[in-house]
Design a protein around this ligand. Structure first.
Ligand SMILES: Nc1ncnc2c1ncn2[C@@H]1O[C@H](COP(=O)(O)OP(=O)(O)OP(=O)(O)O)[C@@H](O)[C@H]1O
Ligand SMILES: [Mg+2]
Length: 162
């Protein structure tokens, strides 16, 4: 049976840290579904359609990756997609407490679904979508932090950078 993993997040916008995790997931799972959450509470910079399109354009050629928008309870969504695992990333210690809380709560909601934590390459260990937006809004370069299609959209939002 195909091993499907769900990688949920806000992806506002998709960064090389996210891409690093997708690639690592593909080594263990047959298929990865990137599940883009609206996350309206976070007041995203990009609409869900924009975020979706940027991921799509960044992952051309990745045949085992699907991108979907998702709403509602994550474990229900995972079950509907016949997923066996939720992928989450652990950067520096800061992610740990929140991620542990989420993973244990999701396990309580559905015992069959395992949360799998992946560590990014060291160079992306401190990379967040928030930092990317901050740098870009101040006119700084984000070339080494996000895929080209994302860089282009950021430049449209904030004007060109050096
Ligand atoms: N550089 C990275 N390395 C490892 N995991 C990451 C990285 N960036 C994001 N992730 C993980 O991807 C998942 C989805 O992240 P999310 O969409 O919140 O991105 P983010 O970069 O944390 O953005 P924000 O700054 O808005 O919180 C989370 O599990 C997060 O820990
Ligand atoms: Mg985050």
């Amino acid at each position: 049976m195909k091993k499907i993993a769900i990688y949920p997040g806000t992806f506002d916008p998709f960064t090389y840290g996210h891409l690093d995790l997708v690639r690592r997931s593909l080594r263990t799972f047959d298929e990865v579904i990137i599940a883009v959450a609206p996350s309206l509470k976070k007041q995203p910079l990009f609409t869900i359609e924009e975020r979706f399109a940027m991921i799509e354009n960044s992952l051309r050629g990745y045949k085992r990756v699907r991108i979907e928008a998702f709403e509602g309870l994550l474990v229900d969504y995972v079950r509907k997609k016949k997923g066996i695992a939720i992928i989450r990333g652990l950067r520096a210690v800061s992610d740990f407490e929140y991620e542990l809380q989420m993973a244990l709560m999701n396990r309580r909601l559905n015992q069959q679904i395992e949360t799998v934590f992946l560590m990014p390459s060291e160079e992306y260990s401190f990379l967040t979508a928030t930092i990317v937006k901050e740098i870009s809004s101040l006119g700084g370069p984000v070339k080494d932090l996000v895929p080209k299609p994302v860089e282009k959209e950021l430049m449209k939002k904030f004007g060109s950078c050096a």
